[in-house]
Design a protein around this ligand. Structure first.
Ligand code: MTE
Ligand code: MO
Length: 336
């Protein structure tokens, strides 16, 4: 019983044909007698007209500054996606399916107090409260690539700590093989959970899972901030997962529960459309989505998202050297 409307993570026309839209936009501007030179803030004005950036009031920024230390796992050579785009172009279906919905609808989301429980097949179940998120482990800055399954990407300076540090504290039992994650369930605060239409037909809470060896990999991060501050609600405050070599939907937001298991846990997008979204979801340019190519991506950088450059997609999102060994002997076409 596949939900047809609204469709699972899908390319709107805008996603699929940025060049066409861009050309159309140029034509409209020309017809209006607007040239780049006549627009003092050409980029933002165009963006505001056509792609959702800047059309909403910039939300009040309640984020706190977070101290961090540098990390050798950070890629400082990456050119960063501007902060306003990281904050305004989001997938967080609990707050609606449009890219601009989360920034708009999550502003009053309460992230303090917050408890996150680590349990299941562990020796030492742990609960971290809100302040623990920032004090239990040293906070590192990690500049990572983020590749959405919808074929766009960003480079984001995350703040956080390795999931491995947290799991080691909980001391997984020897029969633990997988790690399951759960987002907060609170339909009062999350309109997408109260309405199937707003929430994209997902059965909430949003759940995710990875293998224990993937979870213990040093690149796998529990993020509590970005761009030097705590997370905004739309980015998954106060704590979310970041697995940089997997499609963005694995990086579950606003996590309240982490459970070690001996069986592969169910995962939200896989439940919704198993032929389109696999459990592994490793970024792979040679395995296309049934409805679009995964061989390239639209990098969201400076300027309008429609003038942004298309780049070839890299195996494991550029982290092949670090993570390919996790999948030795696994058929990555079948285990997509
Ligand atoms: N709970 C929850 N987590 C989620 C999502 C969601 O809808 N709900 N969307 C995912 C998808 S598809 C992507 S691409 C990333 C986007 O993260 P960002 O908005 O911080 O860039 O969050 C992921 N985590
Ligand atoms: Mo995504």
């Amino acid at each position: 019983m596949l939900i047809k409307k609204p469709s699972p993570l899908s390319l709107s026309e805008n996603e699929a044909t940025p060049e066409a839209i861009y050309k159309q936009r140029r034509t409209i501007l020309k017809a209006l007698g607007i040239t780049a030179a006549s627009l003092p803030f050409a980029q933002s004005a165009q963006a505001g007209l056509f792609d959702g950036f800047g059309k909403k009031e910039v939300p009040v920024d309640k984020r706190r500054v977070l101290a961090s230390r540098p990390s050798s796992y950070s890629n400082k050579a990456l050119s960063l996606t501007p902060e306003d785009k990281v904050l305004q172009y989001n997938n967080f279906y609990e707050f609606g399916t449009d890219k601009s919905d989360p920034a708009e609808r999550a502003q009053n989301f309460k992230t303090n107090p917050w408890d996150i429980e680590i349990g299941g097949l562990v020796n030492t179940p742990i609960t971290l409260g809100y302040e623990d998120l920032f004090n239990a482990f040293p906070i590192e800055e990690r500049i990572y690539r983020l590749r959405c399954v919808e074929a766009w990407s960003m480079n984001i300076p995350w703040l956080g700590f390795p999931l491995a540090s947290l799991l080691r504290k909980a001391a997984p039992l020897s029969n633990a093989k997988y790690v399951a994650f759960e987002t907060l369930y609170d339909p009062q605060q999350m309109p997408g959970q109260a309405s199937r239409r707003l929430g994209g037909g997902i059965d909430y809470p949003y759940v995710e899972g990875i293998r224990l060896d993937e979870a213990m990999h040093p690149l796998t991060l529990m993020s509590v901030g970005l761009y030097g501050k705590t997370l905004a609600p739309q980015n998954g405050a106060p704590i979310r997962l970041v697995v940089p070599w997997k499609y963005g939907f694995k990086s579950i937001k606003s996590v309240v529960k982490i459970t070690l298991t001996d069986k592969q846990p169910p995962t939200t997008w896989n439940i919704l459309a198993p032929n389109e979204y696999g459990f592994y979801a490793n970024v792979n340019p040679s395995v296309d989505h049934p409805r679009w190519s995964q061989s390239s991506e639209r990098f969201i950088g400076e300027g309008s998202i429609f003038s942004s450059r298309r780049e070839p997609t890299k195996p494991f999102n550029g982290y092949e050297a670090q993570v390919a060994s996790l999948y030795k002997g696994l058929d990555l076409k079948r285990n997509f």
